[in-house]
Design a protein around this ligand. Structure first.
Ligand code: ZN
Ligand code: ZN
Length: 182
């Protein structure tokens, strides 16, 4: 092994090392640019961080990893969808008109303040809204409220129920005369 061979080997190693370093450097810059592009809508930001990593190399990459936006754009979008769905779910939950507590769709009375929420149809037994005068399931007019009032839980809003009853009577007369009687 003469001096010439040693020098050639050394040159070869140097070239190889240089190529590996250059490829790694380029990969780092490209990775940073792409990573920033999925995290920011800004067109300039990926170029800026790519340039920073190109100049500062590994310390630049470490700084970028510390400071980059926490979520990618698709992750942020997914999270906003989830939050929206959650909010929708909260809004869809019915609340008691008397005390604003959460209630279930099939409750007849609010367990917190004893407000009447729904009443069963006297004919088919399905639950009806208080404002309905006619059962939508079996088409029978809602039976008198007076008897039920004595048996049922105390009413939180008697005035409103009284108004409801007078309105109900007039509409039942209309149904009896025009629809069911015909
Ligand atoms: Zn209530
Ligand atoms: Zn019914």
């Amino acid at each position: 092994m003469n001096l010439n061979d040693v020098s050639e080997l050394f040159t070869g190693l140097l070239v190889y090392g240089g190529m590996v370093t250059a490829a790694s450097w380029l990969a780092m810059v490209i990775w940073t640019y792409r990573d920033m592009r999925v995290r920011s809508r800004d067109k300039v930001a990926p170029l800026l961080v790519g340039f920073m990593v190109a100049v500062l190399t590994i310390p630049g990459l470490i700084i970028y990893l510390f400071l980059r936006p926490r979520e990618t754009l698709s992750e942020a979008y997914e999270r906003s969808l989830e939050e929206e769905a959650l909010l929708q779910e909260i809004e869809d939950k019915p609340t008691c008109p008397g005390c604003r507590q959460r209630i279930q769709h099939d409750w007849q009375v609010c367990p917190h303040c004893h407000t009447r929420l729904k009443r069963p149809c006297a004919h088919c037994g399905r639950l009806l809204e208080l404002s309905w005068d006619l059962c939508p399931y079996c088409a029978s007019p809602v039976a008198g409220l007076t008897n039920e009032r004595a048996n049922s839980a105390p009413m939180a809003r008697p005035a409103q129920n009284w108004k409801y009853e007078t309105r109900r009577r007039s509409e039942i007369e209309f149904i009896d005369g025009d629809d069911i009687g015909a």
